[in-house]
Design a protein around this ligand. Structure first.
Ligand SMILES: [Zn+2]
Length: 184
């Protein structure tokens, strides 16, 4: 048996709180016995009737139509599409792009993070981090902006201080600073 669209939408909510394990438990509970390999999950995951992965929503079939994709899209995903379209058409933010930072070291685990495109800067925030003037998890420990012809990374690496702790300019990375022998 494969999961229905309704069950998929419930799985999306479960994933937000409990990750893949919560979805696996749910699938077993409701009797989903058709599992197949999902490339993004790098695992065998429960199947949905709409031919997508119950855990991450990725298509398990290459030729899934746009109509099928829209059918299984959650309200949250549709909202994301709308705000991206608005950003692409008008350049007006914010457009929020959620990401999961997988640990690249020896330790297993990940951190939910988000990149926000504002009209004139890029903001970064992550679960477990914030800045001095914003609630936990909601603030921005760093941003990227252009200021007087130069691109800067402003780092707020002290949650008890309002001003940036570091203002890193990308001056040294400009093309015209390249040594002649490495000219590209
Ligand atoms: Zn998946």
């Amino acid at each position: 048996m494969k999961a229905t669209n309704k069950q998929y939408k419930k799985a999306v909510k479960l994933y937000e709180d409990g990750g893949a394990t919560a979805v696996y438990d749910y699938a077993k509970e409701i009797g989903i016995d058709e599992w197949s390999t999902c490339e993004p999950c790098e695992a065998k995951t429960p199947d949905c009737k709409s031919k997508c992965c119950l855990v991450c929503g990725s298509s398990k079939e290459q030729n899934l139509t746009l109509k099928d994709r829209l059918k299984i899209a959650t309200n949250k995903q549709l909202q994301e599409c709308r705000s991206l379209l608005k950003y692409r058409q008008t350049g007006k933010g914010p457009f929020m792009f959620p990401i999961i930072l997988k640990d690249r070291g020896e330790v297993k685990g990940n951190t939910k993070a988000c990149i926000t495109l504002e009209n004139d800067c890029i903001l970064f925030n992550a679960k477990g981090y914030s800045d001095c003037v914003t609630a936990n998890d909601q603030g921005y420990p760093f941003l990227i902006e252009r200021y007087n012809k130069e691109i800067y990374i402003r780092l707020y690496n002290d949650i008890n201080t309002e001003d940036p702790t570091d203002n890193i300019s990308l001056r040294g990375a400009r093309n015209d600073n390249r040594n002649k022998e490495f000219v590209k």
